[in-house]
Design a protein around this ligand. Structure first.
Ligand SMILES: NC(=O)c1ccc[n+]([C@@H]2O[C@H](COP(=O)([O-])OP(=O)(O)OC[C@H]3O[C@@H](n4cnc5c(N)ncnc54)[C@H](O)[C@@H]3O)[C@@H](O)[C@H]2O)c1
Ligand SMILES: [Zn+2]
Length: 339
């Protein structure tokens, strides 16, 4: 188990790469911890949960809402959770987001940690301290920024991850490469999904590289005044499409990245749209989709990222280099319509 620690504004987070689930016992005392997980993960990894007090919720984005949170809080009360309890989220991004949120509000704050189980959670959702829930169609409308105490990476958990979820997670990997890491982009172009699925050492390296990439961005700008916004590449239109068509997050942001590339061409002269679309396709992601522009625009006008003066839209200057373009809503609407 390899430990690396990073200090954010409010807390230091210990990352345990190359760890095993069993080692959780070394990080928290089993009688002071409660695990939160979903039914899929619980069913596939029952042995891991033996001896741990565990709250199991139904899987999927549809349950990332206040009513699930209320049920969890009720269970925490029944289990006698108090301020000394550590809440551990074992799951994908839905579980890590809910865990961080519940831990932030229950008794005004418990300490918490994550064992991410999906590629998406390992490279993205578990990192950075953003957590929260959806409200109706609006993603991540309610939440807070608060860092976990630890992240434990056990790549063996990925053995049961459905192929579709591998694909989903690679959308964020490709995003990271596109905005910050041209060498990673090239590496991805030269390999394919099954290379990573087959080889634990390769996927371990990929996950660490991506986890550290995101961590560095968050360390520079935890509260998203500048650099952290780059991580929203593909997410402005992506979120709107995700909500409207109820498609997986990775697919939605893949389409969002496609739109963002063509907007990048028009605004900053980006020249490599074809390469980005090709790479998304290579990893089973949809680069384009004939979505209802009017509805998507209506949706994104209500997006929380809308600033008073305009939208901080993320464009690519070149592969590995993103920048913020502050566009008026009218300009963005025109660009989307031209697309
Ligand atoms: N907080 C952040 O910074 C941040 C960043 C990116 C995404 N997110 C959030 O993350 C969520 C998406 O994450 P996700 O794709 O991991 O979703 P998820 O948690 O719904 O997991 C996807 C599916 O895979 C299953 N699963 C996960 N790990 C498994 C495993 N090891 N074996 C078998 N099945 C497994 C889950 O049960 C679920 O059905 C969204 O809600 C998104 O808003 C948050
Ligand atoms: Zn995302």
């Amino acid at each position: 188990m390899k430990k690396q620690s990073f200090t954010f504004s409010s807390a230091t987070v210990d990352y345990y790469f190359d760890a095993a689930f069993d080692q959780l016992q070394k990080l928290v005392s089993i009688d002071r911890a409660i695990i939160l997980t979903d039914e899929n993960i619980f069913a596939k990894h029952k042995k891991n949960f033996k001896g741990w007090q565990t709250i199991v919720i139904p899987g999927g984005e549809a349950h990332k809402n206040q009513s699930t949170v209320d049920n969890i809080i009720q269970k925490l009360i029944e289990l006698g959770a108090d301020r000394k309890t550590t809440l551990i989220g074992v799951g994908g991004g839905v579980i890590t987001d809910i865990t961080g949120y519940v831990a932030g509000v229950y008794m005004r704050g418990l300490s918490f940690g994550f064992v991410p189980t999906s590629i998406l959670a390992m490279v993205d959702a578990a990192i950075g301290g953003k957590n929260g829930i959806d409200v109706g169609l609006y993603k991540n409308m309610v939440g807070l920024i608060r860092q976990p105490s630890f992240l434990l990476y056990d790549y063996a958990l990925l053995k049961t991850l459905p192929k579709q979820e591998w694909v989903n997670g690679f959308a964020e990997v490709i995003k990271h490469a596109a905005i910050k890491d041209a060498a990673l982009f090239k590496m991805l172009e030269e390999s394919k999904l099954s290379d990573y699925q087959k080889d634990p050492a390769t996927v371990a390296k990929l996950i660490q590289r991506n986890a550290l990439l995101k961590t560095k961005v968050v360390l520079n700008d935890e509260f998203e005044h500048g650099e952290r916004k780059l991580l929203n590449f593909g997410h402005t239109v992506g979120h709107a499409i995700e909500n409207l068509y109820n498609i997986p997050h990775g697919h939605a942001i893949s389409i969002g990245m496609g739109v963002a590339c063509s907007i990048s061409e028009k605004t900053v002269g980006f020249k490599d749209t074809a390469r980005v679309l090709q790479l998304l396709k290579r990893y089973g992601l949809p680069p384009q989709f004939d979505f209802d522009k009017e509805k998507a625009i209506e949706m994104l006008q209500k997006d929380k990222k809308k600033a008073g003066k305009g939208i901080d839209y993320i464009v690519l200057k070149k592969i590995g280099k993103a920048e913020i373009q502050t566009l008026s809503m009218e300009a963005l609407v025109a660009l989307i319509n031209e697309n």
